[in-house]
Write a new protein. Structure first.
Length: 196
């Protein structure tokens, strides 16, 4: 069976219509188009590779179950991110009784961090140290601050998309993002030299 390809942006509404009518291949194509962004969101939120994989899978299961209720008032990616945020909140609430070691933020065994083209080994090392520092600092932030930074700064979502996903007024999103950035800056204080 050939690999499933992601639909073009112009085809997404047609794929949604097909999936609503029971076309599983159309739904698979929608999943292929959004799975990386949803997984990355879950990983930043939950800070654990296995939990993020489970949460991303649960996101698409819930999306499949409720696809007929998707009216298209927002982009499909925003709708999926809203579901992912709810799944991650549920997962985080369940984990509170048994918190994980912080080492779960490390790259899973057998996977490699990317090498950044055009960088010397020293530059690549500094790049990886920055990524790890941001992960550790984000882990100290309250959930609502972490979510705002992940959506806007790391995933590049617009204020409008963040407002849709978080179901908040845009002014609240901007204010939360400001406070979150300030908290992140403070959390990065001990390793600020990595970013100068």
């Amino acid at each position: 069976m050939p690999p499933v390809s992601a639909p073009d942006a112009l085809d997404e509404s047609q794929e949604i219509a097909r999936a609503k009518n029971g076309d599983l291949e159309a739904f698979d194509r929608l999943v292929a188009a959004h799975q990386t962004k949803i997984f990355n969101f879950c990983l930043w939120f939950l800070r654990d590779y296995d939990d993020a994989s489970d949460a991303a899978q649960e996101t698409f299961i819930r999306a499949f179950r409720h696809l007929k209720s998707f009216r298209g008032d927002c982009a499909l990616g925003s709708w999926l991110s809203r579901i992912a945020a709810n799944v991650c909140r549920d997962s985080a609430a369940k984990r509170k009784t048994a918190p994980r070691e912080f080492s779960s933020l490390e790259t899973p065994e057998g996977e490699f961090d990317p090498v950044f083209e055009g960088e010397s080994p020293t530059e690549t090392l500094v790049h990886h140290e920055r990524i790890q520092a941001v992960r550790e600092a984000l882990a100290t932030l309250p959930e609502n601050h972490r979510t705002a930074i992940v959506l806007f700064d790391l995933q590049g979502r617009s204020y409008e998309e963040c407002a849709e996903i978080l179901e908040l007024p845009m002014g609240t999103v901007k204010s939360r993002l400001n406070r979150a950035r300030q908290a992140l800056k403070e959390a990065l204080g001990p390793v600020r030299e990595l970013f100068s």
